[in-house]
Design a protein around this ligand. Structure first.
Ligand code: DGJ
Length: 730
């Protein structure tokens, strides 16, 4: 619900359990008032009187301009006494950039507002649009707030408009600005940091005076830093306390900053990274920033995660797929790498069929003359030296085994040794005068060019039209280094990074629209582009190249802080693991992979009969709990980063059944009989835990708990919990 109080020029946005309040102060600025647990509409006057007025700038005192520095604002201006970093910086033709963004008008619309060329929420109950104008120029900005009444996520972005008579340059245009005004609180910041094969480590550090900035400058959201930050109040833990999430629905260079002022207030802002960013805005044009998803929780980090999971499932992920069972697939990458022929693939396909899988996916190496990673990216036609019968014979073999067929592409890349590069060397990102940086022997296609997007769309469409393909794995295996397009004027190169992302979104939009029956899985050498923007096109994303049963549990734990289990593609691979050399029991690898979209990635034809039986069993059990993975509520019970165990619980909405997976991380004898208290069940329901053959009330399971199973390191357990009186149903 969005409410405007005309007598106070104030706004109150209310979601499921939060209120977000702001008002137009006596100087005309949009001043932030409150963001936190839900309060009453009638409280707005109290808020202004007690929390607003004292922080207002001294409007009638010409010697008091600097007082804007302490004003909590919804959009930071530049150069007039507010010494925080600004939210939007616009340089005008005379070279000046001072600004004072003041309220002009507002309107409230029903529903969400579609963004042209950017991913955006698919639905909203209401959207508030507040227009502010720069006091010193004709630059206007719309601040947008979209809500769902039954959600704790608030979606924000802004739009910069040049209403003047001369062109302007946008030096910075973040998507949101928000100030946590309570200077009695000690805040900490959580981010999901990592590296290739080690994504999404939750790192928490206290905030202190100065700026904490997380960012990507790699052209993509990156393995190293997810476009997400949470600010936690001192008492916040997994199950209780207050926290705020800030998630950017964007897949390119981003920045989120938390600026602790000398008076201890914290201004949080984020959006497209302003580093080397520069956007020329001609007279009459507008610039649309990506959306950001803010979340308030008073039920700890777990509450925030569940709110984000609901949000991504309800508002971002393609509704055709979001709650639909996804195929359990066999991917040949770690089974064969580049070394395959159709003859070599047949036994793997046959075995996948026998074990009850749904799909076979042919990964990298099927096209051009690609036998290693040195050639052929861009040549999206079959390597018939490897696949004698083309894709047809592989697809026929799949059909014979009742399997669907999926195919790997890396649409954004080109090898210098490729027909595509030989025909269009100028389509690769490179400056004539500077040798381009190579990574994995490849260059990046310049997707800021329409003709390049058109070509890639055509080439991939042809393969999808000519073959029965039910799934595409869309990979991306290098970071961007040269931020340059030979189609942009010298003074427009600062636009390149964002224009590339717009090209990527255009291509993804066109392909997913043209082939609505094809499930597109995102991938970026694992989780290098695991973000809310990519999730709009890809209902599932390959979470990491690290499939080690121990490390992978940590990666999925981190990813679950923001993203739903149904977004995580998770495979069982061979041991010793190819990334870590560790050997982890097949049961554990299966248990961890079942906490997402299950798949397999090993030469199953080489497994023993006993191992095959175990996989068969994993698949049939997974099919029983699949709905909980797609729709359930996640509770993280034991943190593998700080304890001896990993354990999570996924419960159905009606709380009649739950799925628990745990793993022993460290063997330590210091704690005897540690107890695991379950969370998220119904206190007044009796449950049976199938594997333990125990029956207990929700009250007992949550307050008394259950002893952890006695296990060796890397061993795991699965408990199926269900309402005692009800039959197990999916
Ligand atoms: C990186 C991906 O993450 C892998 O799963 C695999 O598809 C390779 N690329 C293929 O080159």
């Amino acid at each position: 619900m969005i409410k405007y109080f005309s007598e106070n020029k104030a706004f109150m946005i209310s979601g499921r359990s939060y209120s977000y309040c702001m008002y137009v102060n006596q100087s005309g600025y949009l001043q932030h008032l409150y963001y936190g647990k839900k309060i009453e509409e009638s409280d707005i006057a109290f808020l202004i009187k007690t929390h607003g007025k004292s922080l207002e700038p001294c409007a009638h005192d010409i010697n008091a301009d600097m007082s804007t520095d302490r004003m909590p604002t919804e959009i930071g201006s530049f150069g007039k006494g507010d010494f925080h970093s600004a939210t939007v910086i616009v340089r005008r033709s005379e070279g000046d950039a001072m600004s004072a963004f003041k309220y002009v008008s507002h309107r409230i619309t029903e529903d969400a507002i579609k963004l042209n060329r950017l991913p955006c929420v698919r639905k909203a109950d209401e959207t508030l649009i507040i227009t502010v104008k720069d006091e010193y120029s004709e630059t206007e900005i719309d601040l947008r707030y979209s809500i769902l009444n039954d959600s704790d996520v608030l979606v924000r972005n802004l739009i910069v408009r040049n209403n003047g008579t001369t062109d302007i340059d946008i030096k910075k245009a973040f998507s949101f600005c928000m100030q946590l005004p309570d200077n009695n609180k000690q805040y900490s910041a959580l981010r999901l940091a990592g590296a290739w094969a080690n994504e999404m480590n939750p790192v928490v550090t206290p905030l202190a005076e100065g700026t904490l900035r997380i960012e990507s400058t790699r052209g993509y959201s990156s393995h190293e830093m997810n476009p997400f930050m949470a600010i936690l109040q001192d008492s916040c833990d997994e199950c209780s306390g207050e926290c705020y999430g800030f998630n950017l629905l964007y897949s390119g260079n981003f920045a989120i900053t938390a600026e602790t002022h000398h008076n201890k207030t914290v201004r949080v802002q984020g959006g497209i990274n302003d580093y080397m960013f520069d956007w020329h805005l001609s007279v009459g044009e507008e610039f649309v920033t990506p959306q950001s998803a803010l979340c308030y929780s008073n039920a700890g980090l777990g509450g925030m995660s569940r709110a984000y999971h609901d949000f991504f499932r309800e508002c971002i992920i393609n509704p055709t797929y979001v709650y639909k069972s996804r195929p359990i697939l066999l991917n040949n990458w770690e089974a064969t790498y580049f070394d395959f022929t159709d003859e070599k693939l047949y036994p793997i396909i046959d075995e996948a069929g026998k074990l009850g899988m749904d799909m076979f996916v042919l990964d990298d190496g099927w096209f051009g003359k690609r036998n290693n990673d040195k050639s052929s990216l861009g040549d999206w036609y079959v390597n018939d030296k490897k696949l004698n019968g083309g894709l047809n014979s592989i697809i026929a073999r799949c059909k014979k085994n009742n399997l669907k067929f999926g195919l790997w592409f890396e649409p954004e890349m080109v090898s210098e040794d490729s027909d595509l590069y030989r025909a269009h060397p100028d389509w690769a990102i490179a400056m004539k005068s500077i040798t381009p940086s190579r990574a994995r022997n490849q260059l990046i296609l310049d997707l800021s060019k329409k003709e390049v997007v058109e070509y890639v769309f055509g080439a991939i469409s042809k393969v999808l039209q000519e073959n029965e393909i039910a799934y595409v794995k869309w990979d991306r295996n290098r970071d961007m280094t040269e931020f340059y397009s030979n189609s942009l004027l010298p003074d427009r190169q600062g636009e390149f990074a964002h224009r590339y992302v717009l090209g990527f979104y255009d291509l993804a939009q066109r392909l997913t629209t043209a082939f609505p029956k094809v499930l597109f899985e995102g991938c970026s050498g694992g989780g290098g582009r695991f973000d809310g923007g990519a999730l709009y096109y890809f209902p599932q994303i390959w979470t990491s190249d690290n499939t080690d049963g121990l490390e992978r549990a940590k990666i999925q734990w981190g990813a679950s802080i923001c993203y739903p289990l149904s977004a995580m593609s998770c495979h069982v691979s061979v041991c010793p693991n190819h990334q870590t050399q560790r050997t982890v029991p097949l049961e554990t690898r299966g248990a961890i992979a079942s906490l997402g979209i299950l798949g397999y990635e090993l030469d199953i034809a080489k497994l023993t009969e006993e191992e095959k039986d175990k996989i068969k069993e994993q698949i049939s059990r997974y099919k029983q709990i699949n709905n909980m993975i797609l729709q359930g509520d996640l509770y993280r019970l034991s943190d593998p980063f700080i304890s001896d165990y990993f354990c999570v619980l996924c419960v159905s909405h009606d709380k009649t059944k739950a799925y628990i997976v745990g793993e022993r991380f460290h063997s330590s004898v210091s704690i005897q009989n540690p107890i695991l208290k379950l969370v998220g069940l119904d206190e007044n329901t009796n449950y049976r835990i199938e594997e333990l053959d125990i029956i207990a009330s929700g009250k007992a399971l949550m307050n008394v708990g259950v002893p952890y199973p006695w296990l060796h390191e890397c061993e795991s357990w699965i408990w199926h919990v269900y309402e005692y009186t009800a039959k197990w149903r999916n």
